[in-house]
Design a protein around this ligand. Structure first.
Ligand code: NAD
Ligand code: IPM
Ligand code: MN
Length: 325
């Protein structure tokens, strides 16, 4: 297995190096290929990513990604969005599971990851800008199929704004068709109502499928219900390539201080291991994280006094202890 490792900027660097300590504890045969992209590189070279970087990504099986800061450049095109589109990573999977805070919350957001408001189709006029929301039948079909493959008896909530947007009507209708075909229990709900219900009654949700920007917003909101962005992992999945990353960004407000919670990055590694078929190791990482958090070894965002590195070391030690028994 060959993994391109992008630390990125801000806390990306801290949480990635912390998570790699956990990977080390598993003693797997994984080659790590460091790749520098992001704001730091843009400041140094004028480019946030190059064709050579894309070539390195292509030579690897997948990418493990920290976070990057958006450079203050009016012409900047998001590097992360470009990677998602280039490798056609159409399914963004974001599990939301309480581990202490919001203990009974357990659902997954399946976010379409290549189109919608992120289509990149934009027209700039002197006094107006048109950002085109592209929703296709094919894009909706495949994300609905992916969501249905995760259902296993769970109720699927199809999230849209079909009362206003014709693009959402297509998305909703295609999702309903796919769910019916697979005989999956579904409901559909307007995105504003979902935001409201998520705050009032998050435990009712089991599996959500939605469009790109709605999924982006709802996942940060959902993170707040279970203790914050420091706990939320994600997998960006395509046909034969994937990128694993915490849901959070580079958090410049806490960067460089050892305050960042590494759990989101560590659980993103666990998602990577599962994708590689190393289910036992993935479960071992999850179990170790649960034990460490239950033991009160946490960063300050969860009320603890431990640093990023100390939490990761505790997770690595918990894995090693389990392996020794
Ligand atoms: P953010 O996710 O970086 O931070 C939001 C808040 O959550 C901050 O208060 C931060 O301190 C806190 N937080 C985030 N991760 C945490 C962690 N692991 N532990 C403890 N606290 C944590 O969002 P932002 O501040 O809006 O964005 C900062 C930069 O990151 C921007 O340039 C944005 O474009 C970029 N961004 C990048 C990614 C990515 O690379 N995947 C994702 C989101 C935002
Ligand atoms: C995320 C981020 C990204 C998004 C940005 C950095 C492009 O917020 O992964 O949630 O909007 O998808
Ligand atoms: Mn986001």
């Amino acid at each position: 297995m060959k993994v391109a490792v992008v630390e990125g900027d801000g806390i990306g660097k801290e949480v990635v190096s912390a998570a790699l300590k956990v990977l080390d504890a598993l003693s797997l045969d994984i080659e790590e290929v460091p790749v520098e992209i992001g704001y730091g590189k843009w400041k140094r070279t004028g480019k946030a990513i190059t064709e050579d970087d894309f070539d390195i990504f292509e030579s690897c099986d997948c990418i493990f990604f920290g976070a990057i800061t958006t450079p203050p450049d009016p012409d900047y095109k998001s590097v992360l969005v470009r990677i998602r589109q280039k490798f056609d990573l159409y399914a963004n999977i974001r599990p939301i599971k309480g581990m202490g805070v919001g203990e009974n919350i357990d659902f997954t957001i399946v976010r379409e990851n290549t189109e919608g408001m992120y289509s990149g189709v934009e027209q700039v006029f002197p006094d107006a800008v048109h950002s085109t929301r592209v929703i296709t039948r094919r894009g909706s079909e495949r994300i609905a199929e992916y969501a249905c493959s995760l259902a296993r008896g769970k109720r699927l909530t199809i999230v849209h704004k079909a009362n206003i947007l014709k693009s959402c009507r297509l998305f909703r209708d295609v999702c309903i068709g796919v769910a019916d075909r697979h005989k999956i229990l579904w409901e559909d709900m307007l995105v504003d109502a979902v935001a409201h219900r998520l705050v009032l009654d998050p435990e009712r949700f089991e599996l959500i499928v939605t469009t790109n920007l709605f999924g982006d917003i709802l996942s940060d909101m959902a993170a707040a219900l279970i203790g914050g962005l420091g706990l939320c992992a994600s997998a960006n999945i395509g046909e034969d390539y994937a990128l694993f990353e915490p849901v959070h960004g580079s958090a410049p407000d806490i960067a460089g201080k050892g305050l960042a919670n590494p759990v989101a990055a560590i659980l993103s590694l666990a998602m990577m291991l599962k994708w590689f078929g190393r289910v036992e190791e993935s479960d071992a990482v999850h179990d170790a994280v649960s034990r460490v958090l239950a033991g009160g070894i946490t960063t300050p965002d969860l009320g603890g006094r431990y640093s990023t590195a100390e939490v990761a070391e505790a997770v690595a030690a918990a894995i090693e202890k389990e392996q020794a028994t």
